[in-house]
Each structure stands twice: as C-alpha cells, then as structure tokens.
Design a protein around this ligand. Structure first.
Ligand code: THU
Length: 136
C-alpha cells in the first residue's frame, strides 16, 4: 500500500470514532509527520455547538502535544455527497505549523490532492508579526 492510500485508510478508520450526535456528519483525519508517523483525529461535537472541534484540528493538536512540529500530508475522510474540505478555522490553524501541507480530500468521487496554499491564499501567518512577537 502506498503512502497516500495508507493515510486515507487511517482517516477513514478515525472517522469511525467520530462523536457527531448533532450533525450526524462524521469526519476522520490522518496527519503524516516528516518523520513518517501518523496522527489521526475525528470530529468531536458538543451540546454547546461552538465547542465542537473538527477532525483536522484534533489530529494536529494530538501531534503537536506529542512534540511533533513538521508535517507533510493530511488526509480527510467523509462519506457525504462530496469530499469534505477543511473549514476556515482549520485552514488557519494548519497554516500556522504546516504552510506547505498537501491534503488528500476523500469522498465518493475518490481522492483529490490539494495544497494548503491553494485552500488559503494570501494567508495571515507568523511572518506578518514583528519578530520580537514570535517566541518558539
Ligand atoms: N467538520 C470536520 O470535522 N471537518 C471538516 O473538514 C468539516 C466539518 C465537522 C464539524 C462538525 O462536527 C461537523 O463536521 C459538521 O460541521
């Protein structure tokens, strides 16, 4: 199995663990690190709807909290009419740490490859801030 297929399979597996009782829309994500590790995530909804977190951010936050900082690819899996595309908040959050990310969006029509830069052109990011504002 190649790298992309593997990542897509991990995203579908994570989707099975989605907690989405309000929307019924289940999403899975799988994030590949530069070192070859895969971190998965699913959407986790909340009765206070605004507290819901998307699958993409769950995967990223899990990885970052385990010490990861470099990411190369992200697969997102849904079974809706069309492939899910990360929401605006997720695009911004992904941009912070992985502006060169390649995404594989999967749905009934197969897998679509897209870059984060295509999804979030002219993004606001760390480079816009004064250097003395950025502490790593
Ligand atoms: N959702 C994701 O997890 N990722 C996406 O790319 C789009 C939306 C979730 C949030 C919410 O739980 C449900 O899908 C409906 O918006």
């Amino acid at each position: 199995m190649d790298k992309v297929e593997n990542l897509v399979a991990a995203a579908y597996k994570a989707r099975e663990r989605a907690y989405a009782p309000y929307s019924g829309y289940q999403v899975g994500a799988a994030l590949l690190t530069a070192s070859g590790r895969v971190y998965s995530g699913c959407n986790i909804e909340n009765a206070a709807y605004g507290a819901t977190v998307c699958a993409e951010r769950v995967a990223l936050f899990k990885a970052v909290s385990e010490g990861e900082r470099k990411f190369t690819a992200l697969a997102v899996a849904t079974e809706g009419k069309e492939a899910a595309s990360p929401c605006g908040t997720c695009r911004q959050v992904l941009w912070e740490l992985a502006p060169e990310l390649v995404l594989y969006l999967t749905g009934p029509d197969g897998v679509q490859r897209v870059t984060l830069e295509e999804l979030l052109p002219r993004a606001f990011g760390p480079t816009h801030l004064r250097e003395d504002c950025v502490h790593e």
